[in-house]
Design a protein around this ligand. Structure first.
Ligand SMILES: [Zn+2]
Ligand SMILES: [Zn+2]
Length: 501
């Protein structure tokens, strides 16, 4: 440990990690650069934004049989969100990074150039410009696929860091996955990129101590992660609510402006063209109970597949529970699906077969999807016109979907849910009230109404044609009675049968 005094304010500061080259003064936010035996002040670092994370500098934990401490962090921002990279110092003096994106954590450690040369087996690493989601990378006997390719800007920092970083510093990073394995290529220092490998972790697995308490987070910001924050739309004044630190991108349900609530003041990003309000089964703000837990509808998107023969549309609802986080419900003409985003990717056994949790899934539909309408709150910046490629695997009842966009790949698992079940979950929603009462009768009711209408038309025709005959010959009455019976008896029977069901 090297102790110093801040040249700007005189406060004590320390370099605990021997790999750290800069430290941000805790008191005056000066960026202090370690330069041989002297310390240079290279200007102020922007303070980090309150993002409701439970982590803080000094948080300690265990990983791979070793203790560690968080000694620094940078906050990074890209087109669709904000995340933290915590600089981790292990007890043996080695270091690593803990990525913290809206409650999802990834621990990685840098692969040394010597190790990477051995594991790459003579292959050159791709340049950043050559990467798109889905690009394969062979490393350490594993075939990784690019899941996320993005440019991010540093918006603030704290503590010690192993490289000099200031406001406006940008990083080009690409994340790769192979099932639960995770690899990052970091092009911040140009080509060839630095390689980091690791995996998704939870704070429980890391046995984290010295976390910020909920009250402490609440004290700094008067709100905690996931709490609904009421706000007036900065454009039209209409009421909106966002979820602090979880879902901070709002599409105003009244005027459809895009609003960014990740900074301290809500900012209108873009005014979208006026859209007629879409009538949907569920609306932002609706609450329901799923698996005994309260869920709130945050946002909804209507999408289309642009099929040339028969285009279909469907509605995707983003739901939130404070303990469980986010989930999706999707409503199609054929019924409902419950959709979860997979942390561990399925393995592609062949070009058209995926394997997940010991089960194989054959490739099915492959189609494009475009967002037609969006309203409410999301955890990324949704835009009308956003396009995604969807590839389904397996049978409709339980299927995997690979969603590929220009910047990322996401795998989801969909399970069909009966409409009556969704109606049970959201009892208070008027859009689903009818389905909650009598899901079966509601469906056959429309068929019965059609039969009744037809029967009426035929009964009138029967009367017009046969009454004059009956009046003259006396024998037409039997035809009329038999005809009426033939028309109405099946409808009565179906009605009685449906009533008992
Ligand atoms: Zn200072
Ligand atoms: Zn508005």
């Amino acid at each position: 440990m090297q102790e110093i005094n801040c040249p700007s304010c005189g406060a004590p500061a320390a370099f605990r990690s021997s790999a750290a080259v800069m430290v941000v003064c805790e008191y005056c936010h000066s960026t202090l650069l370690k330069d041989a035996d002297t310390v240079k002040d290279i200007g102020k670092m922007s303070a980090v934004l309150e993002d409701y994370t439970p982590l803080q500098i000094h948080t300690a934990g265990q990983w791979g049989g070793q203790g560690f401490t968080l000694v620094g962090r940078i906050q990074l921002r890209y087109d669709a969100g904000l995340w933290n990279e915590w600089y981790v110092l292990f007890d043996d003096g080695s270091d690593g990074w803990l990525a913290d994106a809206s409650g999802q954590y990834m621990l990685t450690r840098r692969v040394t150039p010597a190790q990477s040369a051995a594991q790459l087996d003579g292959e050159a690493l791709p340049r950043f410009g050559q990467l798109t989601p889905g690009t394969p990378l062979y490393f350490d006997k594993h075939r990784y696929l690019a899941s996320d390719v993005r440019s991010a800007r540093c918006t603030g920092g704290q503590g010690e860091l192993p490289f000099a970083v200031g406001a406006g510093w940008t990083a080009q990073v690409a994340d790769f996955r192979d099932e639960g394995r995770f690899l990052t290529l970091d092009y911040a220092d140009g080509d060839p990129p630095a390689i980091y490998t690791g995996q998704a972790v939870t704070l429980g697995q890391l046995k984290c101590q010295l976390l910020r308490e909920a009250e402490q987070i609440a004290g700094t910001a008067d709100r905690y992660r996931g709490k609904a924050v009421p706000l007036a739309c900065p454009d039209c004044g209409g009421p909106i609510a966002y979820r602090a630190g979880v879902a901070s991108f709002v599409v105003c349900p009244s005027c459809h402006s895009q609003i960014d609530c990740t900074t301290s003041t809500a900012l209108v990003l873009e005014k979208q063209r006026e859209l007629d309000a879409l009538k949907t089964s569920l609306s932002p703000g609706d609450t329901g109970t799923i698996d005994g837990k309260p869920y709130t509808v945050l946002g909804l998107m209507q999408c289309t597949d642009h099929d040339e023969e028969e285009a279909s549309t469907w509605v995707e609802y983003l739901l939130f529970n404070e303990q469980r986080g986010l989930m999706w419900l999707v409503e199609q003409d054929s019924g409902w699906d419950r959709v979860e985003v997979l942390d561990t990717w399925p393995r592609m056994v062949s070009g058209t077969t995926a394997s997940y949790q010991g089960q194989t899934f054959q490739q099915g539909y492959d189609y494009g999807s475009e967002v037609l309408y969006a309203a409410g709150t999301f955890n990324w910046r949704v835009r009308v016109g956003d396009r995604t490629r969807l590839t389904e695997f397996g049978k409709p009842a339980r299927r995997l979907t690979r969603e590929t966009s220009g910047t990322e790949i996401v795998w989801t698992l969909s399970t069909t849910v009966a409409r009556a079940q969704v109606a049970q979950w959201f009892k208070g929603s008027p859009g689903l009230a009818e389905a909650a009462r009598a899901p079966q009768a509601a469906a056959s009711g429309t068929d019965l109404a059609f039969c009744r209408k037809s029967a009426k038309v035929y009964a009138i025709l029967l009367a017009i044609l046969n009454v004059p005959v009956a009046l003259i010959t006396d024998r037409g009455w039997i035809t009329i009675v038999v005809g009426f019976l033939l028309l109405w008896a099946p409808i009565w029977l179906v009605q009685r049968w449906a009533g008992k069901d």
